[in-house]
Design a protein around this ligand. Sequence first.
Ligand code: UDP
Ligand code: MG
Length: 314
Amino acid sequence: MKKLVSILVPCYNEEASLPHLWSELQKIMTDDYDWEVLFVNDGSKDRTLQILNELYHADPRVSVVDLSRNYGKEKAMLAGFDHVAGDCMVIIDADLQDPPRLIKEMLQKWEEGYDDVYAHRISRGKESWLKKKFSLLFYKILQKGSSLYIPENVGDFRLLDRKCIEALKELRESERYTKGLFCQIGFKKIGIDFDRDDRVAGTTKWNFRKLFFLAVDGIVSFSNFPLRISTLLGSIAALVSLVLGGFYLIKAAIFGDPVGGFPTLIVVILFLGGVQLLSIGIIGEYVGRIFIESKHRPVYYINSYKSHISKDSE
Ligand code: UDP
Ligand code: MG
């Protein structure tokens, strides 16, 4: 029996990239393995689903999960983890920014006994200067605050053994930061280097706002560091007010209390107000997360799941 390799492709409005991706994938799907290509349609508004259905009817290796709406890549990936049939799985973007040629190398490492072969990008393709800078800053903060080592410049493009897939399926939090979860589960990891290509067609679905909140998700779900910052700021503010308070008390006792000092008052009030709002915001991020997770809602709903591969033959 040949081993079954699943390729997981989350797709959101990828009608332009899919034909390119499919022709590239066909090149690497050689006879030494059985293959499954599982596309997760994440509520696309263009012809993506039609194209996927055509592929499904044309090729028995294609499986399609159609989600009930757009959930975002992180949740679309979980839907993929739940449905892949393979002995291992490769997660890949639909836009060919993750070159399929690397899959061969990943499989070699897998055969050598590694469970998680991640692609480490040594360049990031065409991205704005600001995006690169922010991404670096984000990784720094994450590293400082988390007890896990989450490598920088590593995306979701990786091969995972069945063991890892089963582990990931158990992590069902709905505010997901999958890059961190890969580290959370452990197992034997190795990286391989590559140059990230530019998108073959279509445009990126991430805008600054989405990336900012993904970064917040990443930091808040993997560390208590921000809470520490507010504790630290609070302590400093308290210490300063104690000293300042003592000073004014003594000053008033010795020199009396002529009205004045209005600017000082305003500055102190504004500063303390700022510190308090920031701290409340940080606490709010964590409380919000508790609120969302405590509802235990399913992470996604599916509209349909089609596959030619019967899971009993695993
Ligand atoms: N994607 C998705 N749901 C979304 C946004 C993106 O499934 O809501 C998919 C998208 O189709 C692509 C992958 O996630 O296959 C990466 O998206 P994109 O190329 O826009 O991100 P970038 O490469 O710019 O980080
Ligand atoms: Mg991309």
